[in-house]
Design a protein around this ligand. Structure first.
Ligand SMILES: O=P(O)(O)OC[C@H]1O[C@H](O)[C@H](O)[C@@H](O)[C@@H]1O
Length: 534
């Protein structure tokens, strides 16, 4: 069964949500907290090692009820089943969206074989059984890939660096030669393994970087040494072979794994090598738990479902344009760019599932940074700016390193921010604060010290940052994206929007080489090219 195609704004629930929105648009969350002693209990979920508090959102019980009605009308239950059953729901590319099979309790046979290949390879690399061309054990791994073939593994290796082994990992993505030049300063060809990761094996940046790196390697070592130092991850085995990497050094992936959801596949080879196979499978097992929760829990108790629906509520009724994510862990810094690809490449769509232009807003803009750093940078705008920006705060109960004092201060900030966003600071409180000031100073400061409050946030409190909890967290966001795509009646798993720039760049390259600018180009681009060539 394919996904239904239905304009969400034409559902009964949408009309009811609109009427309801007009009633509660300006309602104060604090009033709701005062009126309803059960608000926190009703709007928070405890699941495994996660505690998710939705109560500081601009929703009441009625909002949640209507959002759930919307989910039913848009056939979210059926859509989830279709996804998990491997139905080709990526209709524009005629592919299934089946990354959940990579981490399922019962994996397809080819996935099991693939995991076995990853296990054997990573173990040989880590123990030093696998040797480089000069007989030395490997010390460094270089992942060469871009987009989904870079952001996921790079983010996980950094997020879980506490669990890392002795292997140094490097990620080369940008075609900018400064990136490769910096890499060459750090690595020794005798002890470095290169993993060329490209689902299509047709991505220009990756292929050019891989060729440059291979030439550098051959200069230092030899052509014969390439087969001991270069492996590939791809679904295009023919192109890998043409590039000169042997089939036995190739890790497969399948067309039913979307690039931005691929870290659970062979794309995660660098994760398995850097963290060890056990940690990699713990990551998969964590994601699997979130998959079971998402596919089985009633929607009212379903974390990704509520996250997705509440985000739709802000996007389409409050007309918010962006959402911020602030993890209180330095290790999670790269979660933001990872989510930007996952969220924005998936749901930044203008055409609905019937091929019609949408007449409502789709994908949100995701941005953020780690706390508490972010508090000293952009939180001013969250607290006193004119825009409404829903926020996810992610924190951990236990620190990894044993410095409890730092962790206490870090988490005090985590709690204080959602509290400040909610409560704000009233005129009376400001009045007290400036009681001793001169009348002139009072006049100048009173209005500026006010915080209106009533700003939404969701607190995600997790026991500890582990491979398993990381797997759960990432799967949670993946499913949130899915929920939104279903409600917005769009195809979340293609990315046609990235093609035009690639095509045009291919046409500009020869113009730069030959210093001959195409006169048909728009005037601005022509002038830019002239400036560049001058
Ligand atoms: O893995 P690859 O085929 O090299 O693709 C790498 C990336 O490039 C594309 O342009 C897409 O925008 C991404 O979704 C993809 O992850």
């Amino acid at each position: 069964m394919a996904l239904i195609a239905k304009n969400p704004t034409e559902t009964k629930a949408w009309a009811q949500l609109q009427a309801h929105f007009e009633k509660i648009e300006t309602a104060e969350m604090l009033t709701w907290f005062k009126k309803d002693a059960k608000r926190v209990e009703q709007l928070s979920l405890e699941w495994e090692d996660f505690y998710v508090d939705f109560s500081k959102n601009r929703v009441d019980e009625k909002t949640v009820e209507l959002l759930l009605d919307l989910a039913h009308e848009m056939q979210l239950e059926q859509a989830i089943q279709a996804q998990f059953n491997g139905v080709k729901i990526n209709q524009t590319e005629n592919r299934a969206v089946w990354h959940t099979a990579l981490r399922a309790a019962e994996k397809p046979k080819e996935v099991q074989q693939n995991l076995e290949q990853i296990k054997i390879f990573s173990e040989k690399l880590i123990t030093g059984e696998k040797k480089g061309y000069s007989g030395k054990a490997f010390t460094d791994i270089v992942n060469i890939g871009i987009g989904g073939s870079d952001l996921g593994p790079k983010m996980v290796v950094e997020a879980l660096q506490y669990y890392k082994n002795h292997l140094q990992t490097h990620f080369i993505s940008n075609i900018d030669s400064d990136h490769t030049a910096e890499l060459f300063k750090k690595i020794n060809p005798e002890t470095t393994l290169f993993i060329v990761v490209s689902k299509s094996f047709g991505t220009q940046e990756t292929l050019v970087n891989a060729s440059t790196i291979r030439s550098w390697f051959v200069e230092q070592a030899s052509q014969e040494a390439v087969e001991h130092h270069f492996v590939a991850v791809s679904s295009n085995l023919k192109a890998v072979q043409d590039f000169g990497i042997l089939p036995e050094n190739t890790f497969p992936m399948w067309d039913w794994v979307g690039g931005r959801f691929s870290l659970w596949s062979s794309v995660g080879l660098s994760i398995a090598c850097a963290l060890g196979y056990k940690n990699f499978t713990d990551l998969l097992a964590g994601a699997q738990k979130m998959d079971s929760h998402f596919s089985q829990a009633p929607f009212r108790q379903n974390i990704p479902v509520l996250m997705g629906l509440i985000s739709v509520w802000y996007n389409n009724f409050f007309k918010t344009e962006t959402e911020a994510v602030v993890p209180y862990s330095t290790y999670l810094e790269k979660l933001i760019p990872y989510l930007q690809q996952a969220v924005m490449e998936s749901n930044g769509k203008q055409t609905d599932r019937s091929g019609e232009p949408v007449n409502y807003q789709t994908g949100t803009i995701v941005w953020g940074a780690v706390g508490s750093n972010a508090q000293h940078a952009f939180f001013q705008l969250l607290h006193q700016g004119t825009k409404l920006i829903p926020l996810d705060l992610i924190g951990f109960k236990k620190p990894l390193h044993p410095n409890k004092e730092h962790h206490g201060i870090l988490m005090a900030n985590f709690f204080a921010q959602s509290q400040a966003l909610l409560t704000g600071k009233s005129a009376e409180e400001v009045e007290k604060e400036i009681a001793g000031f001169t009348p002139d100073l009072k006049k100048r400061q009173a209005a500026y010290k006010l915080f209106k409050g009533n700003k939404p946030s969701t607190s995600i409190l997790i026991n500890k940052l582990t491979p398993s909890s990381m797997g759960k967290l990432l799967a949670m966001y993946e499913h949130k994206i899915f929920v939104q795509g279903v409600i917005w009646n769009i195809f979340s798993y293609d990315q046609w929007g990235v093609e035009l720039g690639k095509q045009l760049a291919k046409k500009i390259i020869p113009q730069l080489k030959e210093k001959e600018i195409n006169q048909q180009l728009d005037a601005s681009t022509q002038k830019l090219l002239k400036e560049f060539l001058s």
